[in-house]
Design a protein around this ligand. Structure first.
Ligand code: SAM
Ligand SMILES: O=c1cc(-c2ccc(O)cc2)oc2c(O)c(O)ccc12
Length: 238
């Protein structure tokens, strides 16, 4: 992208202390290999009032790595917004791969949809406009769906993570991966409560409880990667 150098991502997008170091990571290792449609999607999302919600490009790069490592074909995403992480997934999985993409907000998805179409990957996506929990419950009504998903990505309402986890663990194959975004919630999980802004307290509390739960869940192997806003990678063991 021509104006890439001028784009200084908000330091709050990353957890690193120095914005320059984050910029270095993006310019040296993420942007050079970021497919053009993803750059375009970032550009059209930039003017959205909630642009900050889009998955960070470095986190998206790691998603691609994980998707390739497990040779993902059947995937599910909870929380689509304008579609950055969805397009990442769609560009990474094979041509006959499938993504169930769930979001209550169709308008945001429609911002990214023309770019998804132009990239030639719309056929891999089944967008479902809905609350996520009923969609997961419906999938679990069909026994063939159990243990059938290679990969899941969760980036929606943070207070429901535990509910999503209980369902996704059943839907994932043994060896399959679920990634949760925002597990460090802007670093607030490690701050004293009194230093945390009022509007971040509920999600901070949910994340602390969720992180505790994941660490004690013997069904999974976990790794909390400190990139983006904190990405916890869980691999189903049993
Ligand atoms: C952080 S954004 C997702 C960002 C997206 N992964 C990306 O890369 O751009 C969170 C999204 O979750 C959706 N959401 C929130 N609560 C939800 C729920 N209960 N069920 C489904 N989607 C929900 C919101 O509408 C919003 O689009
Ligand atoms: O600032 C946010 C807010 C959210 C968010 C909050 C509540 C919901 O029901 C859904 C989403 O998500 C974010 C996010 O995923 C991110 O990477 C950065 C900021 C925010």
């Amino acid at each position: 992208m021509e104006n890439e150098k001028k784009e200084v991502p908000s330091p709050s997008k990353g957890l690193l202390q120095s914005p320059e170091l984050y910029q270095y990571i993006l310019e040296s290792s993420v942007y050079p290999n970021e497919p053009e449609p993803l750059k375009e999607l970032r550009a059209v999302t930039a003017s959205h009032p909630w642009a900050l919600m889009g998955t960070a490009p470095d986190a998206g790069q790691m998603m691609s790595m994980l998707l390739r490592l497990v040779e993902a074909k059947k995937t599910i995403e909870i929380g689509v917004f304008t579609g950055y992480s969805l397009l990442r997934t769609a560009l990474t999985i094979p041509d006959d791969g499938k993504i169930i993409a769930v979001d209550i907000d169709l308008n945001a998805y429609e911002i990214g949809l023309p770019i998804i179409r132009k990239a030639g990957v719309e056929h891999k996506i089944n967008f479902v406009q809905s609350e996520a929990l009923p969609v997961l419950d419906k999938l679990l009504e069909t026994s063939e769906n159990e243990g059938s998903f290679d990969f899941a990505y969760v980036d929606a309402d943070k207070i429901n993570n535990l509910n999503y986890h209980e369902r996704l663990i059943k839907l994932l194959k043994v060896g399959g991966i679920v990634v949760y975004d925002n597990t460090l919630w802007r670093g607030t999980v490690a701050m004293p409560e009194e230093h945390v802004a009022e509007d971040r307290k509920t999600n901070r509390h949910s994340m602390i409880e969720f992180n505790k739960f994941l660490a004690s869940d013997s069904r999974i192997q976990i790794c909390l990667a400190p990139l983006g806003d904190g990405m916890t990678i869980c691999r189903r063991l049993i």
